[in-house]
Design a protein around this ligand. Structure first.
Ligand SMILES: [Zn+2]
Ligand SMILES: [Zn+2]
Length: 160
C-alpha cells in the first residue's frame, strides 16, 4: 500500500500532500490566503472530504450547501486537474479565478469560476462565485483521455 501523504498534492502545488493541503484538512494549519483555501477545497472534493468543504463555506452559505449534497457531487465526479488563473486579496476579502477539470459519467467537464472569499473570525472562507460558460465534451472509450495523460480513455479516467 502506498501512503497518500507521500504523493504529490492534487492541487498541483508540486509539494507532497503532507506538506500542503493535508495540514489544512487535518486542522493543524489554516489557509493564509484565499488561493490556499481554494486549493485545499479542490483537494477535499477530489478526496471526497465533504466535511472540510462544508466547514470552509462562509457561515451564511452553509445552510444552502448541506454536506450530503457536497458528498453526492464529489462522489459522482472524477476530478482531473486544477488551474489557478488569478488570485488577489486584501485583509478581509479575496477573489480567485480557477478552472477545475473533471469527468462526470462519460463527459469531460470544466468548472471555470471566479470565487469570492471572506475572512470570518480570522479564517478565510468561501462565499460564492460567478461561473463562466463552458462546454462539456463527450468522451468515447477509445478516444485519447482529455486529461492529457496520453492514454486511451478506457485505460485512464473511464467510469465503467
Ligand atoms: Zn495542496
Ligand atoms: Zn485520464
Amino acid at each position: 500500500m502506498t501512503s497518500l501523504t507521500q504523493n504529490l498534492c492534487l492541487c498541483n502545488s508540486k509539494l507532497s500532500y503532507a506538506d500542503c493541503c493535508e495540514q489544512l484538512h487535518a486542522g493543524s494549519a489554516q489557509a493564509t490566503t484565499p488561493e490556499q483555501l481554494m486549493r485545499s477545497r479542490y483537494v477535499a472534493y477530489a478526496l471526497k472530504n465533504a466535511e472540510y468543504v462544508y466547514q470552509t463555506y462562509a457561515k451564511e452559505k452553509q445552510p444552502e450547501n448541506p454536506i450530503k449534497e457536497i458528498a453526492d457531487f464529489a462522489n459522482s465526479c472524477r476530478f482531473s486537474n486544477l488551474d489557478v488563473m488569478a488570485a488577489e486579496h486584501n485583509d478581509q476579502t479575496g477573489v480567485v479565478e480557477f478552472c477545475v477539470s473533471y469527468f462526470y459519467q462519460n463527459l469531460y467537464c470544466q468548472l471555470h469560476e471566479k470565487s469570492r472569499f471572506v475572512k470570518e473570525d480570522g479564517l478565510w472562507r468561501y462565499l460564492d462565485g460567478d461561473i463562466f460558460p463552458t462546454t462539456d465534451i463527450k468522451v468515447g472509450r477509445n478516444d485519447e483521455c482529455p486529461c492529457g495523460s496520453g492514454k486511451k480513455y478506457k485505460k485512464c479516467h473511464v467510469s465503467f
